[in-house]
Design a protein around this ligand. Structure first.
Ligand SMILES: Nc1nc2c(ncn2[C@@H]2O[C@H](COP(=O)(O)OP(=O)(O)OP(=O)(O)O)[C@@H](O)[C@H]2O)c(=O)[nH]1
Ligand SMILES: [Mg+2]
Length: 445
């Protein structure tokens, strides 16, 4: 079936691009594209674009990409028309009248995968690239777009298959084929496990780059939480005043730290004896603490530590946190008391202090490692699940081997690992799995 979609975003623009892919493309092109010379493969040709009744709809550019040398691997026609929503809509209506149907989200890319133009991980990276919000996220998606993950995982899958074959041969022909020795099998399994764990790790970095991390700024009233948010943002986003209780609700903004997007949440000050309105704010603060990866506890370090500060320290004790003693320009009485907790001491007005806080976010968030993914890595939940399942199966096989059980008992686990890794290599890709991966695409991609 031939599919069609407007590939550019809705609204007015310089141009709109309409894409058509499938078996009827040439027939449709013959009907609605009128150019002086016939369309040549991959050559942009100025043309009149007609509707299904032969009336001129627009003048634009037509590009024909014949199968298999196209994005989808099928015949593809791309029409660059004027960026008017009316023309784009009429264009699409014409294509439907000519027998095409509206493409589902991601359907062009899905066809590219099904026709062997792209491996699954690279296909998913198309959506990641479009969704990228930082340069780092775009780079990571590009690394996957180039392909290569399937080959890498495929090597581990083949290594497992080889062990399975050796086991099977020994089971089927016990008299002729000797059982593989368990020592070497165990070390081969360990090697595969190591490779898979490496993949998991780089995948985690990818996830961080894509999804970013989150930081809640909490502390007693008036400690300088909103001032810190503003200073990190570089703009006066939150209201700051010398009156405690200024911030009543959480405020969220994003910054980029070393290429990673960090969601900052400024919260209402935590006070032990709060009135009703304040209590509601404090409740939200506590919820924010639950939901973030890192907590920055801001304390007025210029005055001695009081019950309020201690209360906040207790409430955040179990969390990954950065202790920040603010207002060092006014004094360091509190900061000295908290020294055993290795706080960052300084002021929101001091660039060096802000740099230390950023560095601390990077240290807790990603061990301060350089975040730069240039190699293909796990990206979709499907891939993470698959590798986790394979590692689980390998762990069970290891237990069996170490317990000195008959070696053929590991066959079931190895089979499961091979099947799971097939989801990453694309060898085992059912409709449901493809639906999961392509659901987040936009229409026209
Ligand atoms: N001298 C000095 N004053 C600061 C510093 N940081 C914040 N302040 C002042 O402290 C007061 C409180 O700052 P805010 O940022 O509103 O404090 P907050 O923690 O958000 O307070 P609430 O929203 O009321 O909980 C303001 O008058 C700030 O100008 C600092 O490093 N040095
Ligand atoms: Mg505030």
């Amino acid at each position: 079936m031939t599919i069609a979609a407007v590939a550019t975003p809705p609204g007015r623009g310089a141009i709109a691009i309409v894409r058509v892919s499938g078996p009827d493309v040439r027939e449709i092109a013959a009907r609605i594209v009128r150019s002086q010379s016939p369309l040549r493969p991959h050559v942009a040709t100025t043309a009149e674009i007609l509707d299904e009744d032969g009336a001129t709809l627009d003048r634009g550019i037509a590009i024909l990409a014949p199968a298999p040398h196209s994005y989808t691997g099928e015949d593809v026609l791309e029409l660059h028309i004027h960026g008017s929503p009316v023309i784009a809509r009429e264009m699409l209506r014409t294509l439907l009248a000519c027998g095409a149907r509206l493409a589902a989200p991601g359907e062009f890319t899905r066809r590219a995968f099904l026709n062997g133009k792209m491996e699954l991980n690279a296909a998913a990276a198309v959506a990641d690239l479009i969704a990228a919000e930082t340069r780092g996220a775009a780079r990571a998606a590009l690394a996957n777009l180039a392909g290569g993950l399937a080959a890498e995982v495929g090597r581990q899958r083949e290594a497992l298959s080889r062990i399975l074959e050796e086991l099977a041969a020994a089971i089927d022909f016990p008299d002729e084929v000797a059982e593989p020795e368990r020592g070497p099998v165990a070390s081969r399994l360990r090697e595969i496990e190591r490779e898979l764990r490496d993949l998991q790790r780089s995948g985690e970095v990818g996830r961080l780059v894509r999804e970013g991390t989150s930081v809640a700024i909490v502390g007693p009233p008036n400690a300088g939480k909103s001032s810190l948010l503003n200073a990190l943002l570089g703009e006066e986003r939150a209201l700051v005043s010398e009156l405690p209780g200024t911030t009543r609700d959480t405020i969220e903004e994003s910054i980029v730290v070393e290429g990673v997007s960090v969601r900052l949440i400024d919260t209402a000050g935590i006070r032990a004896h709060a009135d009703r309105l304040e209590s509601a704010g404090i409740e939200r603060t506590m919820r924010a603490i639950e939901q973030v990866r890192i907590v920055i506890v801001v304390i007025d370090g210029s005055v001695p530590i009081d019950a309020g500060a201690r209360d906040v320290l207790e409430r955040t004790a179990g969390r990954e946190r950065v202790l920040f003693c603010n207002k060092a320009d006014l004094g360091e009485a509190g900061a000295r008391e908290l020294r055993p907790h290795a706080p960052i001491c300084g002021s929101v007005h001091d660039a060096q202090t802000l740099a230390s806080l950023r560095a601390e976010i990077a240290r807790i968030g990603w061990n301060g490692e350089r975040i730069d993914l240039e190699r293909p890595h796990l990206a979709s939940a499907v891939e993470f699940d698959a590798v986790r399942e394979a590692l689980g199966a390998l762990a069970r096989a290891n237990v069996t081997l170490e317990a000195g059980e008959p070696i053929d008992l590991i066959a079931g686990d190895l089979q499961q690992a091979v099947a799971a890794l097939g989801h990453v290599t694309g060898d085992v890709a059912g409709e449901e799995l493809l639906d999961r991966i392509f659901a987040r695409f936009c229409i026209g991609k």
